[in-house]
Design a protein around this ligand. Structure first.
Ligand code: SF4
Length: 269
């Protein structure tokens, strides 16, 4: 054996040959497969959230979702409609600076715009974002603001769905105020769900009309001015009519088969 062979080898002198390279790649693939198999799927994660936190009161549930599970990665989407102040109030107690997305469709009742300002100010919400439709989309597809008269799906897509998908790009999860008591597709609404690439958080899913009424009274929240005029659910003016308290959403797109605007479909897919 030569003196050279007896010298301790400096690791930096080692040449990586084809056999070493193959071993390294095999190790990397094996490590990556192990990491993948240990990762929760979105569905498993949602199930775990529901099992762990599903029975918490709404305010505590929101606190966990906003300040723990999705810290910095979650927003609230609010219509500032008939029931919205209840959820906005709960959020204001745990995170008054949470981004609150308001879809400013350009078709709201004047009362809604005034209510949006009133509620934000009263609750100290410091990060309400007025999200407008894309100006080029409007120019090309609804230049005279009459699209709602013959194609409500397309109108909602331009004025609500596309702007919301864009506004939510920085986030992984979003909170909304849907409730099972609204009926229709909402009767089996879970508290947490997978929604396209997002996780959607429905803290008030199981709230009843009495729960909502109690929260308004207990917290001294202002009512949307149109509620006393017979509007239990309030969206854009061309597509909202007064309705019965027994079928809250029947005044939305009344006379047509449409029951949802589309933002609760699979955003970001
Ligand atoms: S609710 Fe009516 S006016 Fe508003 S975006 Fe949808 S179709 Fe257009």
């Amino acid at each position: 054996m030569t003196d050279v062979a007896l010298k301790e080898r400096d690791p930096s002198d080692v040449q990586v040959g084809p056999v070493d390279e193959a071993a390294r790649l095999a190790r990397e693939i094996s490590e990556s497969r192990a990491a993948e198999s240990s990762q929760e799927t979105q569905a498993d994660y949602v199930k775990r959230l529901d099992q762990t936190y599903g029975e918490l009161p709404a305010e505590e549930f929101l606190d966990v979702m906003i300040n723990q599970e999705f810290s910095g990665r979650i927003a609230l989407v609010s219509s500032f409609g008939a029931e919205a102040a209840v959820l906005l109030d709960l959020v204001s107690r745990v995170a008054p600076d949470l981004p609150v997305v308001f879809l400013e469709t350009g078709m709201h009742f004047a009362q809604t715009l005034q209510y949006r300002r009133q509620v934000a100010e009263k609750l100290g919400l410091t990060n309400v974002l007025d999200i407008m439709p894309d100006a080029e989309d409007l120019k090309a597809e609804d230049p005279d603001n009459t699209l709602w008269q013959w194609d409500t799906d397309k109108c909602c897509n331009i004025r609500k769905v596309r702007p919301l998908a864009k506004a939510l790009e920085p986030f992984d999860a979003w909170i909304n105020g849907r409730k099972q008591m609204h009926g229709g597709e909402r009767v089996r609404l879970p508290r947490v769900e997978v929604n396209g690439k997002f996780i959607k958080v429905n803290p008030l899913a199981r709230w009843t009309r009495d729960d909502v009424q109690h929260a308004f009274e207990e917290s001294g929240l202002p009512r949307h001015p149109l509620v006393e005029q017979g509007y239990p659910s309030i969206g854009c003016w061309p597509c909202t009519q007064p309705a019965s308290e027994d079928d809250i959403r029947s005044g939305r797109w009344s006379g047509s088969d449409k029951t949802e605007c589309g933002i609760h479909g699979k955003l970001g897919m």
